[in-house]
Design a protein around this ligand. Structure first.
Ligand code: GTP
Ligand code: MG
Length: 273
């Protein structure tokens, strides 16, 4: 009698989920999935044609989950094949290559494609997203740093992991956390637990860090017009310092942004009488 108990418990706690992969061609979506499911890496690029589908069973905490993985082709050519697979998804693995800036910049386009296909009633808020900053083994070619990727992900309430399908770094941890978050979502009645509350920084802070990163000179960085007075520079500086001071701001990249603002102010004040 007792021997049957765990089995019954397991059945009660088993569940089925649908997960999709998204991101530019060659970002490493298929390799990440292969690394996790088959524990191997294929260096040769074999483009996914349309969709690859697989089923895998995983144990997460006290749950057995049956995962239906739809690995999407990133090439624009396959848009029409991809678009019908977005619906009824609980989790999205969003991948970019840390050595390919375009693949990072394309993340917004991928989200937009998904939103468009889900339509006005599709609730993207109730899907768990994990962003994989992939190919971190290629250190020489890296052009998107951790804080930039993390900021993009966390400011949207998405999980963020640094991964390498080649070495396996970050892969198991990423999948475990991802599946765990999906279980939490299902237990929470299909609603993503309020991560916005726990990320610890505001949209204004995230947007300001992004603006500072993209600024073209010190005037632009402080948000003042070229030729601004000492007073105007100091006022702008104080506003940014309050927003980004490392004691107050935990947003990824805030420390570098704060330093850049300090340097910009020093450089400007040197030349203003
Ligand atoms: P599509 O199916 O065309 O959308 O591409 P994909 O995103 O599935 O890319 P795929 O997984 O096929 O990998 C593309 C290329 O990048 C292959 O040559 C892989 O061997 C290589 N690759 C994938 N992940 C890594 C990684 O972490 N490190 C390195 N060095 N190469 C990787
Ligand atoms: Mg692929």
């Amino acid at each position: 009698m007792e021997a049957n108990l765990p089995k019954r418990k397991e059945t009660r706690k088993s569940m089925r989920i649908k997960v999709i992969s998204m991101g530019n061609a060659e970002a490493g979506k298929s390799c990440i999935i292969k690394r996790y499911c088959e524990k191997r890496f294929v260096p040769k690029y074999l483009a996914t044609i349309g969709i690859d589908y697989g089923v895998t069973k995983v144990q997460v905490r006290d749950r057995e989950i049956k995962v239906n993985i739809f690995d999407m082709a990133g090439h624009p050519f396959f848009y029409e094949v991809r678009n019908e697979f977005y619906k009824d998804t609980q989790g999205v693995i969003l991948v970019y290559d840390v050595g390919q800036k375009e693949s990072f910049e394309a993340l917004d386009t991928w989200l937009a494609e998904m939103k468009q296909e889900l339509g006005p009633h599709g609730n993207i808020e109730n899907i768990v997203f994990v962003v994989c900053a992939n190919k971190i083994d290629c250190t020489k070619h890296r052009c998107v740093d951790e804080s930039e990727g993390r900021l993009w992900a966390e400011s949207r309430g998405f999980l963020y992991f640094e991964t390498s399908a080649q070495t396996g770094e970050g892969i198991n941890e990423m999948f475990q956390t991802f599946y765990s978050a999906i279980i939490d979502l299902c237990d929470n009645g299909g609603k993503r637990p309020a991560m916005g509350m726990s990320i610890g920084f505001t949209k204004e802070q995230a947007d300001t860090i992004r603006r500072i990163r993209g600024s073209k000179d010190s005037w632009d960085m402080l948000g003042v017009k070229p030729g601004a007075t000492r007073d105007e520079v100091n006022k702008a500086y104080r506003k940014l310092a309050v927003l980004l001071h490392p004691d107050k701001c935990v947003a990824p990249g805030s420390e570098d942004a704060f330093k850049a603002v300090v340097n910009a102010r020093t450089a400007l004040l040197k030349n203003i009488k």
